[in-house]
Design a protein around this ligand. Structure first.
Ligand code: ADP
Ligand code: ASP
Ligand code: MG
Length: 468
């Protein structure tokens, strides 16, 4: 029996069968063994489907590291990528398919080589996103070739061919959902409807000028949500390297548990405030069309994973999950009676946000205004604030090495004593609370502590209120 909301999406795209989008992250396409698992998962899926893939893990980092020091040998990064993409596939294709696959990878690497040369010679200053997206371009060739060898009729598609339209700044763009939907009716849906499986690049879309714009690190989850939106899929499956959305990052809290069911709001808050398992903007496209989102483990497909949808059964625990976002700074602006100068506060916020700087929390008092932003974006924010030439500003202070902790629970706002119990643990962890944001969200309490105490706070909160 189809859940409510499914019929509407079927009507919209004009087909009756179930459609899924399956996204595989870096580790899930990063080794011969992982690829076997991913290909099995895709070929065992009986629904009509589109696949979205990331670069193999480590590849985007290497491309970005090369751009940071472009005196490094172009030959070595090209041969590193060649090995990365030849090795895990070498025993999986027959001789003819292998030749054809290797030729496609070599051809793609030839294009990359030209871009790297142009980048090094400063011939164009907007090549960063094109270069950073190269791993995804190689991955679609790889996954599509393996699927074809497995009898799944598959087509590799770059975001440009598929028509993922991107807006906004390079390195931190967003998708134009309506324009992408229009394009997908011509490019992707016809393929799916005739039984083919398109394999689409994650991480970036195509700007108005035709150039790639990436969606920020980890952006392939968001790409997959955009694809799911554009084809009005019934379900989006994010296949990753952990058993689902967990009560905390298992690298910090080894006894973290998988959360069976979440609602969109809860998952969205946690992803925004640091739960790396989902890119922060993944939730919005699927929430808008009520597309069910399933987070699953490629290395344990039998596990139930986490189902994220519009409603979930209410729980009874004080906390459900804790996330941590590091590499943040507090920017504090002092001005006497700033509270009586609302125009000044909005000028400051506009200036800080002008270049797409993300503000994670805000706090005001009579004479100070504090914002929490990524440390890497402090120079941009300071430049913009200084451009205001604001005589009312008396002092500006930056505190680095800050982490924001996001604690999510049921009815945080309506339950008495939640904040007191949380901050008691923070004190026991000997962490000083530098800034608090509570009340904006009904389900989350966020606060900032120095980074050297932050993981202890997360572990202790998890131990005390969530448990193993
Ligand atoms: P992928 O390459 O599949 O996109 P990522 O490395 O981007 O995978 O995200 C998965 C990682 O997210 C996990 O290995 C885990 O360490 C981290 N993570 C952080 N917070 C959480 C959480 N609450 N639940 C699950 N994983 C989390
Ligand atoms: N490959 C990109 C990154 O490493 C996108 C992704 O993996 O989601 O950030
Ligand atoms: Mg990821």
């Amino acid at each position: 029996m189809a859940a409510k909301g499914w019929k509407d999406t079927h009507d919209e795209r004009g087909v009756g069968a179930l459609i899924k989008v399956l996204k595989f992250g870096g580790t899930s396409v990063g080794s011969a063994q992982a690829l076997d698992r991913a290909i099995n998962i895709i070929s065992n899926e009986s629904a009509k489907k589109a696949v979205v893939v990331s670069a193999q893990s480590g590849v985007t980092n290497s491309l970005i590291a090369w751009m940071k020091d472009d005196t490094q040998e172009i030959d070595s990064i090209i041969s590193f990528l060649e090995t990365k993409y030849f090795e895990p596939v070498k025993n999986k294709l027959d001789e003819t398919s292998k030749q054809s696959y290797e030729n496609q990878i070599r051809e793609s690497l030839l294009q990359l080589r030209k871009l790297l040369e142009r980048y090094r010679n400063n011939l164009e200053n907007s090549l960063q996103d094109a270069i950073a997206s190269w791993g995804e371009r190689l991955s679609v060739i790889m996954v599509s070739s393996l699927l074809n060898a497995h009898g799944v009729d598959s087509v590799p598609m770059n975001a440009e061919d598929a028509g993922i339209v991107a807006l906004g700044v390079h390195g931190n763009g967003s998708a134009d959902l309506d324009a992408t939907t229009k394009n997908f009716r011509k490019t992707i849906l016809p393929l799916i409807n005739c039984g083919k499986t398109p394999v689409i690049t994650g991480y970036y879309g195509c700007g108005k000028d035709g150039k790639p714009i990436t969606f920020g690190r980890g952006g392939s989850d968001y790409s997959a949500a955009v694809v799911a939106y554009a084809i009005a899929a019934d379900c989006l499956e994010i296949w990753t390297d952990v058993d689902g959305f967990m009560t905390a990052d298992p690298r910090i809290v080894p006894n973290a548990r998988t959360i069976k069911e979440m609602d969109y709001g809860e998952a969205g808050e946690l992803a925004y405030f640091g739960a790396k398992v989902l890119h922060p903007r993944t939730i919005e496209p699927v929430r808008r069309k009520k597309i069910r989102l399933l987070v699953k483990n490629t290395f344990n497909p039998e596990g139930s994973g986490t189902l994220i949808h519009s409603l979930r059964s209410p729980g009874k625990t004080l906390l459900r999950s804790v996330a941590i976002k590091s590499d943040l700074s507090i920017l504090k602006i002092y001005s006497s009676e700033i509270a009586y100068q609302p125009g000044f506060v909005s000028d400051l916020l506009n200036a800080i946000g002008e270049d797409g700087v993300t503000t994670y929390a805000i706090s005001t008092s009579l004479s100070t205004f504090a914002v929490v932003i990524p440390t890497s974006e402090v120079p941009q924010a300071l430049k913009k604030i200084n451009e205001l030439k604001e005589s009312r500003m008396e002092k500006l202070m930056v505190k680095n090495n800050m982490s924001l902790i996001c604690a999510v629970g049921d009815n945080m706002i309506d339950t008495m004593g939640v904040a007191a119990r949380i901050f008691q643990v923070v004190e026991e962890a000997q962490a000083n609370v530098e800034l608090i944001s509570e009340g904006a969200s009904d389900i989350a309490l966020n606060f900032v502590v120095p980074s050297d105490r932050a993981t202890d706070v997360v572990r202790m909160l998890h131990d005390r209120y969530i448990g193993g």
